[in-house]
Every structure is written in C-alpha cells, then in structure tokens.
Design a protein around this ligand. Structure first.
Ligand code: NAD
Length: 411
C-alpha cells in the first residue's frame, strides 16, 4: 500500500514537473513515533503514530487496533490522509496511528488501559493545534473518550478538540456515524451529474454491508431515487435480485445478526464468496477491504463505474487496466472523505464551543463533497487524467502552494 501511494505521488509529481526536492517533501513523513505499551497483564504491544505532513494544518488521521498494524501500513495510511484532507480542501494535514494487537482478545479493563497508555505516551506530540487523531478499524467513541480523558489529565486541556470521533456527550458531532456513507452518496450523485446520467435507471451492487456500506445503501435513494440496488455482500457472501432490494429491508435483516447470503426473498439468488465483483451492474461500490480488485480478477469486472468507499480496494495494476478500459473509478481519497470532513467539523465545533444540528453538519459535508468532486472532475477532463490522478494533483498543488506561502523558519 505504501508503494502504491508513493508511486502515484511520483507519477503525478512528474506530470506536474515538480522538482526532486518537492517530490521528496511529499513522500517523506515529518515524524514517526514507534513505542511499546506494556499492559498490567505483562503483555507488550508495538504502537505507532506517523505524522506525515502538516503544511495545511494539524495532522489528522485515525488510530487502528489490529494484529496486522505495522510501520509501513501506518506510513501509507498517513500519506493518504495528507492527500485526502488536501483533496477535499480541509485546513488539515495527514497522520495515522495504530497498535499491533487484537482488541477482541482484551478485557474491557485492558482495552481502557491500552487506550489511556497510548494517549499518555503521545500527549507531548498531539493536541488541538498539532495532531488530532480519530477512530479507525476496531476503535470507536469509547476508546476515543478514554484517550481524550487521559490527554486532558496529562496536559490540562479542556477544549475537547484533541481527538475527534468522541461520543456525543463528550463533545462528538452529530452526523459522524453516517458521514462516510453519506459523503459517498454525494460523490456518486455528483459524478453521475457530470456524466449526465443521474436520472438514468442504473443498477448498483455494494460489496461490504458494514457501517459505511449500510449507511451508503440506505441513504442513496434520497440522492438518486432512480438507481436500482440489485446486490449486496458481507464476509459471508452476498445476494442479488434482478428486481432490486429495499436497502432498509436488508439493513434491518443484517441488524438481527444474520448473514446476507441467507437473505430469504423469493427472487433473490445467493452470491458465493467475492462473486459480487463480477455482477452485471452499472455501479460497483467497494465498501469492505483494500485490494479486492487486482490483476487476478480485474478482467471479470463488468461495472462501468466503481465507487471506492474502502481504502485502496482497487490495486494499482487493476486501476490502470480498468481506467484504460473506460471504467470510471471514483477514488477513495474523494469517495470516502465524508468521515474526515465531519471529523474536521467536530474539531471546528469544539474549538468554537458550538454544537451544530445534524442538518447543518450534513449541509456542510455536502458542500465540501460537491466542490471537491467538481474540481477533480474538471481537472481530469482538462488534463486527460484519471480522477485519482486529478485528486492527487489538486492536493499536491494545494500543499506546495501553502508551503511556498509559509514564512521561512530560521534554523
Ligand atoms: P465495517 O467493519 O463496519 O464493515 C465492513 C463490512 O465488510 C462488514 O459487513 C464485513 O462483513 C464486510 N466484509 C469483510 N470482508 C468482506 C468480503 N471479502 N466481501 C464482502 N464483504 C466483506 O467497516 P466500515 O467502517 O464499514 O469500513 C469499511 C471500509 O471503509 C474499510 O476499508 C475502512 O477502512 C473504510 N473507511 C471507513 C471509514 C469510516 O468512517 N468508517 C472512513 C473511510 C474509509
């Protein structure tokens, strides 16, 4: 993932005729914090926070708890955050953190201890004006609330703006839970508008009916009422129906803990494994994992439009192949930016000591998404590049312009 992100930065840097020094500036991380957390049960765990670039504002990015977390992955995700925040026009930089651990094996007490020790160790390096972490894979509002509490104990800060993704009672924002899925519906609607296809009866399949996929599916009809939702999958496999599903009905079924592959509708057909990726649909929404479309399966993809709600679901080779074939891929840095936009709005509300209604948060989210998609689309048409290259180019230009405007610091 790190290599893919860095290769794309190099490609776009060449297109923009950047100097080696500028390219190196975009590739390198400002700081890498690698440390060990020892828990009271005697176990030790590697922990990371990479602060990639803060030219546009404080570092921003989630913290994941997962056994596969390693420095390269955290660096890649931090790099992508720098590009994502810049691509959507936020006054923030990019960072990412994580702990190499399976949190499901921890008692609630050890999970709290882990979260507090992570925040305490990083407290000199993070904060409302320096680095504002958020939840990511296997971390949630409860973990963030412990971290904020610990950060406040150590530093005396009371602004609540040190982390985002807090629970509502602890300074969280309305609309955060649905933000990535809702942002995805705005991204798809805007691209279809640019293509003149928003009123067509197109079919949609969603791989990954979890938090993001579920909000996306249930909120989509409001933005694009003519779309027909014909397939969905989770880790158990999926279902398809030529007559279409009511997203809310599938969501209710999933909320009872059942597997989508068992969805009991007369005209529905089970989809084993990852076969949803080969469905005859107009739009394929990838909301599960990274690297699901690769050189192994790219030739069997039939969709004309792919929405990347997961991070990096189409690998570099597949991206080039599908783009060459005329498939429009709405890239992760734009498609799933709704989460970081509302994170920014949470930080903004905390600093202004305000609490906005959900309608206001969603209206601001829509404004950011519409503008980011429109600029990237226009750039991609003008310069005959993919939407991902367009988003990267615009992000890189913003970062370098801001860098040039910054006063020189004396050594
Ligand atoms: P989640 O764990 O709630 O949902 C993931 C879903 O994918 C689950 O339903 C799971 O069953 C399904 N899944 C796993 N493997 C699958 C497979 N092989 N085929 C089909 N489905 C499979 O996670 P989420 O929060 O919805 O995040 C989904 C993706 O979006 C992740 O890649 C995440 O990094 C990315 N993302 C999330 C956010 C956010 O705000 N939650 C923001 C940006 C990006």
């Amino acid at each position: 993932m790190l290599q893919t992100a860095q290769e794309l930065i190099k490609t776009v840097s060449k297109q923009l005729n950047l100097s080696d020094e500028d390219t190196e500036f975009l590739l390198s991380a400002n700081a890498e914090h690698v440390f060990e957390i020892e828990l009271s049960d005697g176990t030790k765990h590697q922990a990371f926070r990479v602060q990639h670039n803060n030219t546009l504002g404080p570092y921003k990015g989630g913290i994941r708890f997962h056994p596969d977390v390693n420095l390269d992955e955290v660096k890649a995700l931090a790099t992508l955050m720098t590009l994502k925040t810049a691509a959507v026009g936020l006054p923030l930089g990019g960072g990412k953190g994580g702990i190499s651990i399976n949190p499901k094996e921890l008692s609630p007490e050890l999970l709290e201890e882990l979260s507090r020790k992570y925040a305490a160790h990083l407290s000199p390096h993070i904060g409302p004006d320096k680095d504002v972490p958020a939840p990511d894979v296997n971390t949630n509002a409860a973990v963030i609330d412990w971290m904020v509490d610990e950060y406040e104990k150590v530093t005396g800060d009371t602004s609540k703006a040190s982390f985002t993704g807090k629970s509502l009672g602890k300074g969280g924002s309305e609309g955060r839970e649905a933000a990535t899925g809702l942002g995805g519906t705005f991204a798809l609607r805007e691209i279809l508008k640019h293509l003149g296809e928003e009123k067509k009866e197109l079919t949609v399949a969603i791989q990954g009916f979890g938090n993001v996929g579920l909000f996306f599916g249930t909120l989509l009809p409001k933005q694009l009422p003519k779309l027909l939702f014909t397939a969905a999958s989770d880790s158990s496999g999926g279902v398809s129906s030529a007559f279409g599903f009511e997203p809310k009905e599938l969501a209710t079924y999933k909320s009872t803990g059942k597997r989508l592959v068992d969805f009991p509708e007369d005209d529905s057909v089970p989809l084993p494994g990852d076969s949803i990726l080969q469905e005859e649909v107009d739009i394929l929404v990838l909301a599960a994992l990274g690297d699901v479309i690769t050189e192994e399966n790219m030739k069997s993809v039939k969709a004309k439009i792919i929405l990347e709600l997961a991070n990096g679901p189409v690998n570099e080779k597949a991206y080039d192949y599908l783009t060459e074939r005329g498939v429009i891929i709405i890239p992760d840095v734009l498609a799933n930016a709704g989460g970081v936009v509302v994170s920014y709005l949470e930080w903004f509300q905390n600093r202004a000591q305000e609490h906005w209604a959900e309608e206001r948060v969603n209206a601001e989210l829509e404004r950011y998404m519409v503008e980011a998609i429109s600029k990237a689309y226009d750039y991609s048409v003008k310069h005959e590049v993919s939407l991902k290259e367009a988003a990267f180019a615009l992000a890189i230009k913003r970062i370098l312009e801001a860098r040039r405007e910054q006063p020189e610091t004396s050594a």
